[in-house]
Design a protein around this ligand. Structure first.
Ligand code: NAP
Length: 252
């Protein structure tokens, strides 16, 4: 039996990586998806793949409140309401020691993750049916520290605080709010972090990171999508204010 039949889900960063893997799984589970991102070409390609009957795309930078509001207005017109919000857009920021970390990159990184997730909660939850689900993609480094990534680590920890506040506030409407904490997951986003952090080729850097993961390998975007599906479905009806790790034991 499909887990999201006729549910309406908004996914930020839904045109690539973890977001697109989740969109594919959601559609396979019967959902209608609204993808929000910044690159129109990638969004259009994703809608073509998923089918225009099942998917809508809006260009919006999640830090731009007016653009996020307009995207929700458009989705509201087409779908009427939302059942699931997946706040997943992200950037890695710089890989640099504290004295060298550019302050403008710090601010931008905090903004995309924290202000972005806040905008999704602020403008999305009024359009949600009671009993819905919000998942925010944090990271293994939203639970533990990692050097040379100060803005990203701070932003991913900050999302946990935002999630806990929203979970309490929205519980009377039975809207559940959780953070998901992927470990290194095979996407170009993570390849870039690993190559910059180690100065090695993609394969050599990935092998070094594999050694930090107790289960010995990177997670796939499809494995992350399965966890988002669980949190978004009625199977997780009593799961809220939870930090769900899918990291091969890295944060343990
Ligand atoms: P990804 O493919 O680069 O996905 C990130 C998406 O966010 C992209 O589609 C990107 O659009 C979009 N985006 C970036 N800034 C945005 C903004 N201001 N407004 C709207 N959309 C924006 O990488 P991913 O690995 O799937 O990452 C997805 C999430 O997982 C991120 O939050 C990341 O921090 C988190 N995460 C990833 C890993 C990992 O190992 N891959 C581990 C832990 C957590 P463009 O492609 O157009 O730039």
């Amino acid at each position: 039996m499909a887990l999201l039949t006729d549910k309406v889900a908004l996914i930020t960063g839904g045109e690539s990586g973890i977001g697109l893997a989740t969109a594919r799984l959601f559609v396979a589970e019967g959902a209608l998806v609204h993808l929000v991102g910044i690159e129109a070409d990638k969004l259009d390609a994703a809608v073509d793949e998923l089918g225009a009957d099942h998917a809508l795309a809006s260009v919006a930078d999640v830090t731009d409140e007016a653009a996020v509001k307009a995207a929700f207005a458009r989705g509201g017109e087409r779908f009427g309401h939302y059942d699931v919000l997946f706040s997943n857009a992200g950037i890695s920021g710089a890989v640099a020691k504290l004295p060298d970390y550019p302050s403008d990159v710090f601010l931008r990184t905090i903004s995309v993750h924290m202000l972005g997730a806040f905008h999704i909660l602020k403008h999305g939850t009024p359009l949600m049916n009671d009993g819905g689900s919000v998942t925010i993609t944090s990271s293994v480094v939203g639970l533990v520290g990692f050097g040379d990534l100060s803005a990203y680590v701070a932003a991913k920890h900050g999302q946990v605080g935002l999630m806990r506040s929203a979970a309490k506030e929205l519980a009377p409407r039975r809207i559940r709010v959780n953070t998901l904490h992927p470990g290194p997951t095979s996407t170009p986003f993570q390849d870039d972090i690993e190559m910059t952090a180690t100065g090695k080729s993609q394969q050599d850097a990935a092998e070094l990171f594999d050694e930090m993961i107790p289960l010995g390998r990177h997670t796939t975007p499809e494995e992350i999508a399965q966890a988002v599906l669980y949190l978004s479905s009625d199977a997780a009806a009593m799961v809220t204010s939870h930090t769900l790790s899918v990291d091969g034991g890295m944060s343990g």
